[in-house]
Write a protein that binds this ligand. Sequence first.
Ligand SMILES: Cc1ncc(COP(=O)(O)O)c(C=O)c1O
Ligand SMILES: [Zn+2]
Length: 402
Amino acid sequence: MESFLDHLECTGCGRTFNADQIHTVCEECNKVLFARYNLPAARNSMKRDLSGRAKTMWRYRELLPVRTESNIVSLGEGMTPLLRAERLGKVYGFHRLFIKDEGLNPTGSFKARGMSAAVSRAKELGIVKIAVPSAGNAAGALAAYGAAAGIETSVCMPADAPQINQVESAVCGSRVYLVDGLITHAATIVAHASAGSGWFDISTLREPYRLEGKKTLGFELAEQLDWQLPDVIIYPTGGGTGMIGMWKAFEELEQLGWIGNQRPKIISVQAAGCAPIVRAWQQDKAYSEPWTGAQTIAAGLRVPRAFADYLILQVIRGSGGVAIAVTDEEILQSIRETARLEGIFMCPEGAATIAAFKRLTNCGLLRPEQSVVLFNTAAGLKYSQLIRLQCPRIDPSDEIEL
Ligand SMILES: Cc1ncc(COP(=O)(O)O)c(C=O)c1O
Ligand SMILES: [Zn+2]
């Protein structure tokens, strides 16, 4: 099996670049570069029946950017379960409500997909030192995949990023820097430190290949639903790679002839304390303004300005979707509700999609006959500090009434 990777293309000016050289953003206009594949050739050689292939995201190998098999750095990412949320669905009258549980990935979040693809490709292109600014989970994932690849890593995250993200990065041997600020400050620090120093800055959408890993979310969803896309996808949005990646996946699948031209509405969810995309969507703007005073318990959504905001807004609008903000209280309440009804302990970002689902259902924007997929982007186990416990303490000799 070979990759059909062909070239890189700028999402701003359309300029193309050689995919076998190291690139970050467009040299002409500083916008995001997309990896492009020879899809007509892929269409001739690939079959939609992928049974028998690896149960990881690398089952879509031809549409991923690594040329030589031995460069693939995999910890078993992808092919996460698409769970039917029957009991939750019943409460709101939905028969086809699903949760794609990304918490089952290595390092407990969907960031594993992006880092598996990007670190593999970096290895292939001869990169030996990688740095990333992160809200937390991307740092943990880079540290793990870097370790597996034998590539040195440095991560920079806000000092109030979840402690588990700091620990998981450090234990894998990454140099961990904690900044008294936001991810945007971490990004500036990493950009300065990596310029001309031999460190490769693998920031969200400032290199083309993390997106390629994230796009497998879309491939899997299509495959798991027998190549019938759902009516609605609800996704938590920070830097936007998840939804931009899925949208790209659907375009590629259509060009392969594996799906038709029907697309789900993409609903972008942010936190009320940091909602630059929601504001830009409401104001009908093509770009977002930086959000001041960003604050939310959903660390992955504490992104005051996404570099690829214009692509996120294009996806929401192109799909006929909406952008919506939910409060931290709604998020906490949704964590408990989903855990109790479905046995799924969601991360706050994932629970934000439940909160959005409830709001949109209440106001009639979602209808019970629609099929709806929510994304739990990380394991709630990584956020246990958010849940307050009130358990009675008892002696071994005590008796209890159940
Ligand atoms: C658990 C979780 N969910 C969602 C997001 C936001 O993802 P994206 O940056 O792809 O929009 C993040 C980003 O850090 C995250 O860690
Ligand atoms: Zn350009």
